[in-house]
Design a protein around this ligand. Structure first.
Ligand SMILES: CC(C)(COP(=O)(O)OP(=O)(O)OC[C@H]1O[C@@H](n2cnc3c(N)ncnc32)[C@H](O)[C@@H]1OP(=O)(O)O)[C@@H](O)C(=O)NCCC(=O)NCCS
Length: 236
């Protein structure tokens, strides 16, 4: 795979806007969820304002994300995250999000940064950036933000619940709330207990399967006994 360059988008990238929009549209169709539709003019404007991050490989856009501001800049959303299917699962979304998060913090240091998503990958990335799950009532009250949900096929749920919840999870980074100190290092027994709890949490069956797959990939063999799992835990 060729080298991927991640950069703040600008005038030089405006000619990629249509390609990016069709990448977003295809992704929305595949997922079956109603990601708000963006026009190439809107995407171009984000680039011109220096409020977007683009990933390019072989002179082709392979990833994108942009900044939106709500409630007079009190709230910022990093929206429209998309990675070309051929480039997924390589950590590209994580890198793009890290870059747009850095840009958002620089441009709007006081703002709360939030997002709503049904994507597990995005929840994982957000959580590692310091976002916490929040109720919808904590998100922006800016009507224009919620109008973006009108093109989603689940919009009836949002209206039926008086905008209190929907299929998306709301997550927010609040700069006024200091990050908790990193967890203390667990000993092997504690790691094992946590791991068992995780595996039991079968809402996350998918997570357990992915974890098994990861161990398989990293270690090349998979033995289901306690000592084998213990020795692999440090891989994460
Ligand atoms: C969601 C999307 C941006 C993820 O891009 P990606 O480059 O494959 O993501 P990454 O490789 O950076 O993965 C980030 C993390 O999510 C995990 N992940 C990736 N895909 C996942 C999935 N389908 N389910 C659960 N976890 C997933 C990865 O394992 C990784 O975790 P790790 O670092 O702990 O291993 C990409 O799939 C996409 O463009 N989807 C269509 C558009 C979309 O859904 N956008 C989000 C709108 S909110």
């Amino acid at each position: 795979m060729s080298e991927i360059k991640i950069t703040i988008a600008g005038e030089a990238h405006v000619h990629f806007a249509e390609e990016i929009c069709s990448m977003m549209e295809q992704a929305a169709q595949q997922r079956g969820t109603g990601i708000a539709k963006r026009s190439h003019l809107y995407v171009s404007a984000k680039m011109m304002e220096g409020k977007a991050v683009i990933a390019i490989s072989d002179n082709t856009p392979v990833g994108f994300c942009y900044i939106e501001t709500w409630g007079h800049g009190k709230h910022v959303a990093n929206s429209g995250l998309v990675v070309h299917p051929d480039f997924r699962n390589t950590g590209l979304a994580r890198d793009i999000k890290a870059e747009i998060f850095k840009l958002s913090r620089k441009k709007f240091p006081e703002a709360r940064i939030f997002g709503i998503t049904t994507s597990l990958a995005v929840m994982k990335i957000n959580s590692d950036l310091g976002y916490k799950p929040v109720t919808f009532s904590e998100l922006t009250t800016d009507e224009d933000f919620w109008k973006g949900c009108q093109s989603c096929r689940n919009y009836d749920i949002l209206t039926r619940t008086n905008r209190s919840h929907c299929l998306c999870t709301g997550m927010m980074f609040d700069p006024s709330k200091p990050a908790k100190p990193a967890n203390k290092k667990l000993n092997k027994e504690e790691q094992w207990e946590r791991f068992k709890r995780f595996m039991k949490f079968q809402g996350i069956k998918e997570g357990a399967d992915r974890l098994r797959q990861k161990i398989k990939n990293k270690s090349g063999n998979l033995k289901i006994n306690k000592s084998s799992w213990l020795s692999k835990i440090s891989l994460f």
